[in-house]
Design a protein around this ligand. Structure first.
Ligand code: SIN
Length: 537
C-alpha cells in the first residue's frame, strides 16, 4: 500500500494533520487499536488559548500565556516555539470549531476554566470530557473526508529508512512495516512523508492516567530509526489520580480527577484535613504540577498514608454534577459522593514532555519524517508542561508540519529512484508459548520505573534501574526475535526501549529542574540549562 502521507496515531495532532493533508494527496492514518483510544480522547481539562475577547474583556493576553508557559518550563522552553504555538491559539480554536467541536459557552462567550500555573482563566472545555468531544468531531470529519483512510488495529513495527536499507547518502523515510492485528499479516506501507503522532508513554509507570495504548511507540520507532530523542527525563506526574485500591478495571486504576476541579476551588488536604500544599507554595493546590505532585509525595512519605484527598465538599450542592458530570458520575459508580466526601487521590504518570527532537515545524533529522503532539520534543514544554497546552500544540503543530512538508516535499515531487523495499523478515514464526513472560516483564518494568524513576530520584536508584532494564531488554529482544510478532510483544519492546531512554536522560541530568527532581543535586544548575539529547547511531 502506498500513500502520499502516512500518519501514525489518531489523536488531535494526527487527525488535525490528516484532515488538512487530504486536500493535497492520499492520507493513511494508522491506529494500533480503536481510534478512540488515545490520550486526546481521554483528556478531561481542556485547551488553553487566549482569544481576542479575553484580551479585550478579562485582562488576559497572549504575552501572559507565554510567560506562564515559560515559567512552568523552568528555563528549558524554546521561546520561539512557545510564542508560535501560544500565538496561534485563536486560529487553532477556530479550526477545531470548524470541524464541529463544541466548547461550552454561555450566550456568546466561551466558558473558561482555570488550571495550575495559569495566571488567568483561559481553558476552553466541553464539561469534563473535552478530549472526547475533540476526538469525536475530528474522527467524524475524517470519516467523511475523501482521500483519507483510517486503519484501526494496524500496529507499526518499524519505520523504513534509506539508512536501514544500507544507503549512506541522506537518510530519508520510505514507509513502515505494519502489523495488521486481525490477520497477523505484516505489510510494507510506502510513503515519503511520515508523521509520528503516536502520543506518550504513561504505561511505562505502574500508575498512570493514560490509556493502555500509551506505550511510547512513537518515541521507540523514532529511536530505532535513528532520530534524536530529547528530554525524556521530564515525565509529568498528575497530582490527582483517583485512589481506589479495592476496585478493578482500567477506569478504577487510572481515573483522572481533572486539575480543573482545583481550578474551581478544590483543595488538597491530608488525612487530618490540613491544606499541606500551602506550606510549599503560596499558590497551594494551584501551583504548577511538579510542585504539587512533589508536595503530595513528601506528605505521603512523611505521614505513611496511602493517599491524600481532594476536597470539594465546600462547593454548592449540585456544582460538581453540573460542571464535572463525568467525574461526578464515575466517582458515584465507585461509591463515592464527592459533594459530601473528599476524593482520595495519588499522583500518577500523565505526560511525556520530551520525545523525538524536532524543529519549530515538527521536522526531525530524517528527511520526510516529522513528529507532532506528545511524541515530539519541540521546545514548547521545556522541563514541565503547563496544563492544557498540549491539545493546543497538537493542532497548531499539525498545521505547521503540513505547511513545511508541502514547501519541501510536495506530493508529485518525490525524490528520484526510490530504493526497493524488502519484505518484512523476522527470525522465527513460532507462536509465543509463554505469555506469562511478557506479562511478567511488562509488570516488572512498570514497577521498577515507579519505584526507582518517578517523582523523586537519586543516582543510585537510577543506576539500579538502568542495570535491571539492560537485562530486561536482552530478554525482550530474545522474545521478539524468537516468536511470531503480536501486539503484546511489540508493546513490550517499545516499553522497555522508552524506559531505558527515560533512565538514560535522567542519569545525564545532574541537577533538579522542572519535573526532574533528584536528592543528589537538589538545586538547578545554570550550566546544565540545555536539552538532554540522545541518539542511537
Ligand atoms: C486535567 O484535566 O487535569 C488534565 C489537563 C492536562 O493535562 O492538560
Amino acid at each position: 500500500m502506498n500513500a502520499d502521507f502516512m500518519v501514525i496515531g489518531a489523536g488531535i495532532a494526527g487527525l488535525s494533520f490528516a484532515l488538512r493533508a487530504a486536500r493535497h494527496g492520499s492520507v493513511v492514518v494508522l491506529a494500533k487499536g480503536d481510534v478512540f483510544e488515545s490520550n486526546t480522547a481521554w483528556a478531561q481539562g481542556g485547551i488553553a488559548s487566549v482569544l481576542s475577547e479575553q484580551e479585550r474583556d478579562a485582562g488576559d493576553s497572549v504575552e501572559m500565556h507565554v510567560a506562564d508557559t515559560l515559567e512552568a518550563g523552568a528555563g528549558l522552553c524554546r521561546e520561539s516555539m512557545v510564542r508560535t504555538i501560544v500565538g496561534e491559539g485563536e486560529e487553532a480554536i477556530r479550526d477545531l470549531v470548524n470541524y464541529g467541536v463544541s466548547f461550552d459557552r454561555e450566550d456568546h462567550h466561551y466558558l473558561l476554566g482555570r488550571e495550575g500555573g495559569h495566571s488567568h482563566r483561559r481553558i476552553l472545555h466541553a464539561k469534563d470530557t473535552t478530549g472526547r468531544e475533540i476526538a469525536r468531531a475530528l474522527i467524524e470529519a475524517a470519516r467523511k473526508t475523501p482521500n483519507l483512510t483510517i486503519l484501526e488495529n494496524h500496529f507499526v513495527i518499524d519505520l523504513i529508512t534509506t539508512s536501514k536499507l544500507g544507503a549512506v547518502a541522506e537518510d530519508r523515510v520510505l514507509g513502515a512495516y505494519v502489523l495488521e492485528r486481525k490477520t497477523g499479516e505484516v505489510k510494507v506501507m510506502r510513503s515519503d512523508r511520515v508523521v509520528l503522532a503516536a502520543g506518550g508513554c504513561g504505561k511505562v509507570y505502574l500508575y498512570t492516567t493514560n490509556p493502555d495504548s500509551a506505550t511510547g511507540d512513537g518515541v521507540a520507532l523514532g529511536w530505532r530509526a535513528g532520530a534524536s530523542i530529547a528530554n525524556m527525563e521530564f515525565i509529568q506526574f498528575h497530582p490527582t489520580c483517583f485512589y481506589n485500591p479495592g476496585a478493578r478495571g482500567p477506569e478504577a486504576r487510572s481515573f483522572l480527577v481533572s486539575e480543573a476541579v482545583r481550578g474551581e476551588g478544590g483543595i488538597l488536604i491530608n488525612a487530618k484535613g490540613e491544606d499541606f500544599t500551602k506550606k510549599v507554595d503560596p499558590r497551594g493546590s494551584l501551583a504548577p504540577r511538579d510542585i504539587v505532585a512533589r508536595a503530595i509525595d513528601r506528605e505521603l512519605k512523611r505521614t505513611g498514608e496511602a493517599c491524600v484527598y481532594l476536597d470539594v465538599t465546600h462547593k454548592p450542592k449540585g456544582f460538581m454534577k453540573e460542571r464535572f458530570p463525568y467525574i461526578y458520575e464515575t466517582l458515584m459508580k465507585f461509591g463515592l459522593d464527592c459533594e459530601t466526601q473528599p476524593i482520595p487521590v495519588v499522583p500518577a504518570a500523565h505526560y511525556q514532555c520530551g520525545g523525538v527532537l524536532t524543529d519549530n515545524e515538527g521536522k526531525t533529522a530524517i528527511r520526510g519524517l516529522f513528529a507532532i503532539g506528545e511524541v515530539a520534543c519541540n521546545g514548547l514544554h521545556g522541563a514541565n508542561r503547563l496544563a492544557s497546552n498540549s491539545l493546543l500544540e497538537g493542532n497548531v503543530m499539525a498545521r505547521r508540519a503540513l505547511d513545511e512538508m508541502m514547501r519541501l516535499y510536495p506530493p508529485g515531487k518525490e525524490a528520484p529512484n526510490p530504493p526497493p523495499i524488502p519484505e518484512w523478515e523476522h527470525g522465527d514464526t513460532a507462536e509465543p508459548d509463554e505469555l506469562v513472560v511478557i506479562y511478567h516483564n511488562w509488570d516488572e518494568i512498570r514497577l521498577l520505573m515507579w519505584d526507582y524513576v518517578s517523582i523523586v530520584r537519586t543516582d543510585n536508584r537510577l543506576r539500579r534501574a538502568a542495570a535491571r532494564l539492560r537485562n530486561l531488554k536482552r530478554e525482550v529482544r530474545e522474545f521478539y526475535w524468537g516468536h511470531r510478532v503480536n501486539s503484546d510483544i511489540l508493546e513490550l519492546r517499545n516499553l522497555v526501549a522508552v524506559a531505558g531512554l527515560i533512565v538514560e536522560c535522567a542519569l545525564r541530568r545532574k541537577e533538579s529542574r522542572g519535573l526532574h527532581y533528584t536528592l543528589d543535586y537538589p538545586e538547578a544548575d545554570e550550566r546544565q540549562r540545555v536539552d538532554t539529547v540522545v541518539r542511537r547511531f
